[in-house]
Design a protein around this ligand. Structure first.
Ligand SMILES: [Zn+2]
Ligand SMILES: [Zn+2]
Length: 279
């Protein structure tokens, strides 16, 4: 092999290296956004709160879509709904499933959430009757197919793809986060959304609006607005706030895939406590 061939091989190696970085980072970023969008739209706004309605067929479609998109960190919708309703009922008090004011740090809060999620999922702890019902249930997908083997199978698949695609050791740093994207999104929202930012309302808890345009978690970081108007599909209230997840909800409403006609409409008035008006 002469010098000319060596140069060609070097260029090809560099191109393959760039491609590997673009593919892995692109996959990670796209899946981050789509996973949190599905969590916000399906498990949270629809499953836990029923802020809008849809036909059983569309419910099944989005249930399956959440399962595919969230992959190894798919969040069991009934358990998500129960735990999330507990969060609203007990926000920042000792019975809150996850609060930065009850757990010492980000990691302990995430661990407590995880263990309680499993306890609720397998009914090892009692669930108050008021937190039950009205959430999407699909026995075949979530119980027959879903079990501990399914996330393991997703994990093996993702690890295999990293081994094939990654040409730099540091890209593997992303893999453990990639495998637990759903809980990571939840922990970011529950930690920073109750710790960092401003508040529009006094909700008798520590909920905060962390960002004024929330791209990172698709609107979920408007926790203060959301704790005030839990039945509203729009988490942004003031003129400078933008909830990207709600834009997706609006699009589906406009396409008549979901029904927003009975959705709660939030209000903001400076220097005055807004009046609750479910419409
Ligand atoms: Zn909250
Ligand atoms: Zn909520």
């Amino acid at each position: 092999m002469n010098e000319h061939d060596d140069a060609i091989v070097a260029v090809e190696d560099r191109n393959a290296s760039y491609l590997s970085i673009v593919v892995i980072l692109g996959w990670f970023i796209i899946q981050w956004q789509l996973s949190v969008l599905m969590q916000s739209f399906f498990q949270h706004r629809y499953g836990a709160h029923r802020q809008f309605t849809m036909s059983k067929r569309w419910e099944r479609f989005f249930h399956l879509l959440a399962w595919v998109i969230q992959g190894p960190s798919y969040l069991h919708p009934p358990t998500y709904a129960i735990m999330h309703r507990m969060h609203h009922a007990y926000s920042d008090t000792p019975n809150d499933p996850h609060s930065p004011f009850q757990q010492k740090n980000f990691a302990t809060m995430m661990w407590r959430t995880r263990t309680l999620f499993d306890d609720l999922r397998y009914r090892r702890v009692a669930v108050e009757a008021r937190f039950e019902g009205g959430f999407p249930e699909w026995h075949f997908l979530d119980e027959t197919v879903g079990g501990w083997t399914t996330p393991v199978a997703w994990g093996v698949l993702y690890t295999g793809l990293y081994i094939v695609l990654a040409t730099h050791w540091w890209l593997f740093v992303l893999l453990p986060i990639h495998l637990v994207l759903g809980p990571t999104h939840g922990a970011i929202v529950n930690y920073f959304g109750h710790k960092v930012g401003y508040h529009n309302y006094d909700n008798d808890d520590h909920s905060r609006n962390t960002l004024i345009v929330d791209v990172l978690t698709m609107g979920e970081l408007f926790q203060n607005n959301h704790h005030k108007w839990a039945q509203s599909p729009n988490f942004a209230i003031r003129w400078f706030e933008l909830d990207l997840g709600y834009q997706f909800v609006r699009l589906l409403g406009w396409l008549r895939i979901i029904d927003l006609s009975r959705a709660q409409v939030p209000h903001w008035r400076a220097h005055a406590e807004p009046v609750s008006r479910p419409s």
